[in-house]
Design a binder for this molecule. Structure first.
Ligand code: DX5
Ligand code: ZN
Length: 217
């Protein structure tokens, strides 16, 4: 599958967001990763759907919106209407019945649904949702903050999920998020991931164009 870089705007310059999005595009970036945190599901706050809504008219990049919030069923519609292209929800954030309903709701609104697992959640926890999603996201840090150390021990889970997906949903993207840089990306690629979120590594890079090419090769 094609390799895709998704810079996390958690690490961009908040007073110059539009400039940063334009620069991303000039650097060959195709996706932006938008981290939504509610202070309950994760111990941090970030953005709401009004930011996604404001981004939509100023960038044509693919908006990959990662909901780190409890009961995403309450908010999914707003994020879809705000202009998300992909909307990923955490399996730990609600009951199985509501997770299923939320994924169906997202798809019914013309947005691509995704399911996310935290580091302690096994691959099997999302097995039933694999045929329903366009992306699976494996967290390679505990969600909540940028700039944390990559957890290499998540690689067997990435490999297992790619194998599971190949049987039931081979077109599905497999994304990794947290501590991804020019070194750790290689392990992720070797284990079958193809979408790479990078916050601090991308925005801290002195040559973002070369960074993008290297991640996507
Ligand atoms: C963490 C977020 C990540 C974060 C990644 O909870 O989901 O998307 O921005 O940041 P880096 O790449 O700095 O680890
Ligand atoms: Zn994220």
């Amino acid at each position: 599958m094609k390799n895709i870089l998704a810079p996390s705007i958690l690490s961009c310059d908040y007073m110059n967001m539009q400039r940063d999005f334009t620069e991303c595009k000039e650097n060959g970036v195709k996706w932006l990763h938008v981290d939504i945190m509610d202070g309950h599901f994760v111990p941090n706050l970030s953005f709401g759907y009004s930011l996604v809504k404001s981004m939509r008219p100023v960038t044509d990049l693919v908006l990959d919106v990662h909901l780190m919030i409890d009961t995403p069923i309450k908010y999914a519609e707003n994020f879809c209407k705000a202009g998300a292209d992909y909307l990923t929800i955490h399996v730990e954030a609600d009951t199985p019945e509501n997770i299923r309903k939320t994924l169906e709701l997202i798809r019914s609104l013309g947005v691509k649904p995704g399911i996310v697992v935290k580091p302690k959640t096994p691959a099997e926890a999302i097995e039933e949702y694999l045929p329903m999603v366009d992306m699976v996201l494996v967290m390679t840090v505990e969600p909540g903050f940028g700039g944390q150390k990559f957890m290499a021990d998540m690689m067997p889970k990435v490999k297992k999920l790619r194998e599971m997906l190949d049987k039931v949903n081979p077109e599905c993207h497999l994304e990794v998020d947290g501590g991804v840089d020019l070194v750790t990306v290689n392990e992720c690629k070797a284990n079958g991931a193809n979408v790479f979120v990078a916050g601090s590594a991308y925005f801290g890079s002195s040559d973002k164009k070369a960074f993008t090419v290297e991640i996507e090769k």
